[in-house]
Write a protein that binds this ligand. Structure first.
Ligand SMILES: Nc1nc2c(ncn2[C@@H]2O[C@H](COP(=O)(O)OP(=O)(O)O)[C@@H](O)[C@H]2O)c(=O)[nH]1
Ligand SMILES: [Mg+2]
Length: 371
């Protein structure tokens, strides 16, 4: 009798446990479908039976290349500068007796490479003295001298760090330059560099003249996980810049990078506007960096643009783009001399990670060739 009662109680307990277990399991699997994982790695396996719309709604975040050693990785892109400057000079100077006409050819090579008249004269004067002192020189000695003198001209003592850490607020970077030089592309690539460095980034689409400019920046931001602040087409660029800095501050972002417009045909208007953008941002936060984007293929024209921009905003760094498409790498030296401001970034292609922090030694090594 007693054993019958015990049997019934045990059976009841087993059924109860089974029901509870089924309920718990169902809740867990429902939760997995309802809240898809955020990291790219977990994503696919956890929501395989979710409807297709959910899958496409998830952002595809790319992991950018690390910032360190980028210029070294991209050095082959300098090949055209390389043969024009380094190899051209070494070819001339290593051919035994150096005559006056050889020095003339050296001068011509340097000027063609956009080094500028002043730096060209300096380089030749220094080399002539060193060659005289050394008497005869081997091609290897010549290469060492050339490397040292080019490095002096590029100036390894300049501080080339892009401002990206501020105390208790986001660092603010304003990107300026003429249309087509690569501002938007550089802003997008810079966001990737900063994110590769572990930062959170907010982008401001202050080129409000063309909707496509904001869309272009949005695409860059989406790919890498940077929020993009934009305004209405034709809206006030200063207001967008202000909003971007406000939102970046609120969100405790590490850096806010602001892309601007650059229509040169309305030069005065553009310059007034640029000054206003900076002043309006400064109501909210200091501007830590004004990056002037210059297209390396434009030579003297680029230098003229630099002078115009310098009149309106205090430029703190230069981003030299399209160095992959030119034999005129000497522009690095010329533009630094012209503005007294360091080249901080170089663009070496259209790919998302084709922007590198500028390193004088790596640059000169790439020009002269490995020792
Ligand atoms: N080859 C090469 N093309 C570049 C580089 N930087 C930008 N570009 C291209 O230059 C064009 C203009 O760039 P964009 O960012 O729209 O210029 P913006 O008008 O100043 O904003 C685009 O086709 C870019 O892909 C670079 O470093 N190398
Ligand atoms: Mg643009």
């Amino acid at each position: 009798m007693n054993s019958g009662l015990l049997f019934a109680a045990v059976a009841l307990l087993i059924i109860l446990i089974a029901v509870v277990a089924v309920l718990v399991l169902r809740r867990q699997s429902a939760a997995v479908v309802a809240s898809p994982a955020v990291t790219a790695d977990d994503r696919a396996p956890t929501i395989t039976d979710a409807p297709e719309e959910d899958l496409s709604a998830l952002p595809e975040i790319e992991i950018p290349d690390a910032a360190a050693g980028r210029l070294n990785r991209l050095r082959a892109r300098l090949a055209r500068s390389n043969s024009a400057i380094g190899q051209g000079l070494l070819g001339l100077l290593s051919s035994g007796e150096i005559s006056e006409s050889t020095w003339d050819q050296v001068e011509e090579t340097l000027l063609l490479a956009d080094l500028g008249v002043g730096p060209t004269q300096e380089l030749i004067a220094r080399l002539r003295i060193r060659v005289q002192v050394a008497g005869t020189t081997t091609p290897e000695q010549m290469k060492v001298m050339l490397r040292e003198e080019l490095l002096t001209l590029v100036d390894p003592t300049m501080d080339r760090a892009v401002a990206m850490h501020a105390q208790g607020r986001p660092a603010v970077i304003l990107v300026v330059g003429v249309n087509g030089t690569g501002k938007t592309t550089t802003t997008g690539k810079l966001a990737r560099l900063l994110i590769a460095d572990g930062q959170t980034v907010v982008l401001g689409a202050a080129d409000t003249f063309r909707a496509s400019a904001a869309d272009q920046l949005q695409t860059w931001g989406d790919r890498v996980g940077a929020a993009v602040v934009r305004g209405p087409e034709g809206g006030d660029p200063a207001a967008v810049a202000f909003d971007a800095v406000s939102i970046g501050t609120e969100a405790q972002a590490d850096t806010v990078v602001i892309d601007t417009a650059g229509r040169l045909h309305t030069k005065t208007g553009l310059m007034d506007e640029l000054g206003k953008v900076k002043r309006v941002i400064e109501k909210k936060s200091p501007v830590d960096e004004v990056l002037l984007v210059l297209d390396a293929t434009t030579g003297q024209n680029g230098l003229a643009q630099a002078r115009v921009f310098r009149e309106v905003v205090e430029i703190t760094g230069i981003a030299l783009t399209k160095l992959d498409g030119t034999a005129r790498g000497g522009i690095v030296v010329a533009v630094q001399r012209e503005l007294g401001v360091p080249v901080k970034l170089v663009g070496l292609g259209e790919g998302p990670d084709d922007l590198a922090p500028f390193d004088p030694k790596e640059f000169v090594d790439a020009l002269v060739g490995d020792s």
